[in-house]
Design a protein around this ligand. Structure first.
Ligand code: TYD
Ligand code: MG
Length: 454
């Protein structure tokens, strides 16, 4: 006989408590506990299983047969790249991102384009008519995808059984609910239960499943952390909603590297894959403008050149303003302090605005040098030659620190027709003869400034 029991579950981290508490002991969030009813099945045999002979025996790792994972290509180069070369059969892929960023568009576009595969698209958010309208915008002639609007987990399982798809898409996991659990869709126990069921379907039928997930206000995927542990791949779709560019990052990947990113552009008829990001991220001014510097950055595994723009003006109010888009504000403050101390600029009485072109958020520390040179260029109102790009991390004492994969950056700058690139002093000798660009090594900020503003 199944027994019902109710527990209080933290909606932030999934911690359970027998009674309501105001502050979660585990994640320190306030007012996150919600009562949820769980149906406990009769206790399983625990001690007995120890004595039972298992049919599966441990084997030596060298004897494990290696069946080549036949990956399923999504016919979307950027997505395939982030997945590590297509989807692995039976894998669970979670795609997270802010509302309206384009998760449904990305996945539907892939589902429509993937040929000779039966795709079942389950949406708990849109009706088949709405999906059809979207599909018509994206891809007019591919109609091989099956769509169904459903929020009951049991009915979804029924559809999967009837249709037997090659790929299952769930949009979104937060809208599904199972009858065995008496809590609202989107609650921790529903998400855990539904993901568990989907995981079993995926592993037993060897069908890859794409789950779309919402994110909470902190920017993490909503629901318990166990969700991220259960799935094989976690992808995050991000970007500035006011810009067209979107970046797909891999946060976890059991079958590939997490260093890869995919870049897309949101157009009127869906997402376009951006194969050469540098050409889009540089604005190619003809006239000389101050406050602009070009960085040879690397995001994921790909080098690209990106424009850093700065505006320095006299502070109108007592406290100077610091504002930054696409670059960490704390790091900007640190770089300003370094500029003040090492180069003697009175930036305390200046407002500083910084912008990374294209609305892209760059995490690569090697854009430091471009940030400080753009700020200085705006401050002294002297433009930097559009034929020079820079790469280097700036240390607290004004030294230019070495950066990773320097040859890739030099190669990209050379390919895009730059004449000179300023880099940190190279520790190991590089074969620079194959590049059609002058590589200038510096070890201090002052040296770089002398070269840029001579
Ligand atoms: P959507 O995929 O619904 O976002 P999510 O599922 O992440 O909530 O995308 C919504 C936005 O994308 C919407 O504001 C409009 C825009 N969009 C386009 O610009 N072009 C298109 O072809 C489509 C389908 C959407
Ligand atoms: Mg959506």
């Amino acid at each position: 006989m199944a027994k019902t029991k109710s527990v209080f579950v933290c909606q932030n981290c999934g911690t359970e408590s027998p009674k309501w508490i105001g502050k979660c002991n585990s994640c320190s969030q306030w007012n996150t506990f919600v009562e949820e009813v769980v149906v406990k099945s009769p206790k399983g045999k625990t001690a007995q299983t120890f004595f039972e002979t298992e049919s599966v025996k441990p084997e030596l790792i060298k004897d494990v047969p290696l069946s080549e994972l036949s990956r399923i290509y999504t016919s979307n180069t950027e997505l395939d790249r982030v997945l590590g070369g297509g989807m692995v059969p039976g894998s669970l892929i979670l795609v997270g991102g802010e509302p309206g960023i384009g998760k449904s568009t990305l996945v539907l576009q892939m589902a429509l384009k993937i040929q000779s595969k039966k795709v079942l698209y389950v949406s708990g958010e849109e009706s088949p008519q709405q999906i059809k309208l979207r599909a018509d915008r994206i891809h007019k002639d591919a109609q091989n995808c099956l769509v169904v609007s459903e929020t009951s987990m049991e009915k979804v399982l029924g559809h999967v059984k009837n249709v037997n798809p090659d790929l299952l898409v769930i949009d979104s996991i937060q809208t599904l609910s199972s009858d065995t659990i008496e809590s609202l869709p989107g609650s921790v126990s529903q998400i855990r239960e539904c993901t568990g069921l989907i995981l079993r379907v995926a592993k037993e039928t060897n069908t890859p499943v794409i789950l779309i997930g919402h994110i909470n206000k902190e920017g993490n995927i909503a629901g318990p952390k166990v969700l991220e542990h259960m799935v094989d791949v976690v992808l995050q779709f991000e970007g500035d909603r006011n810009h067209m560019y979107r970046i797909l990052r891999s946060i976890k990947n059991r079958f590939g590297s997490t260093a890869e990113i995919g870049i897309f552009e949101m157009l009127g008829d869906g997402l376009r894959e951006v194969a050469n990001p540098s050409e889009l991220l540089l604005s190619h001014h003809q006239d000389k403008l101050s406050g602009i510097s070009i960085a040879a950055a690397i995001e994921g595994m790909r080098p690209f050149l990106i424009e850093v723009q700065a505006l320095v003006s006299t502070a109108a109010y007592g406290t100077p303003q610091r504002s930054s888009t696409g670059f960490d504000l704390r790091r900007l403050n640190m770089l300003l302090a370094v500029l003040e101390k090492r180069a003697g600029f009175k930036l305390a009485v200046k407002d500083v605005f910084l912008n990374i072109a294209g609305g892209i958020k760059v995490n690569d520390p090697s854009i430091d040098l471009a940030v400080v040179s753009a700020i200085l260029s705006s401050n002294i109102d002297l433009s930097i030659s559009p034929k020079i790009c820079v790469a280097g991390e700036v240390g607290l004492s004004g030294e230019i620190r070495p950066i990773t994969r320097i040859d890739q950056r030099i190669g990209e700058a050379s390919k895009l027709g730059f004449d000179q690139i300023i880099v940190p002093r190279l520790t190991k000798g590089l074969d620079l003869s194959k590049y059609d660009i002058e590589v200038i090594e510096v070890s201090k900020l002052e040296e770089a400034f002398k070269l840029l503003f001579a």
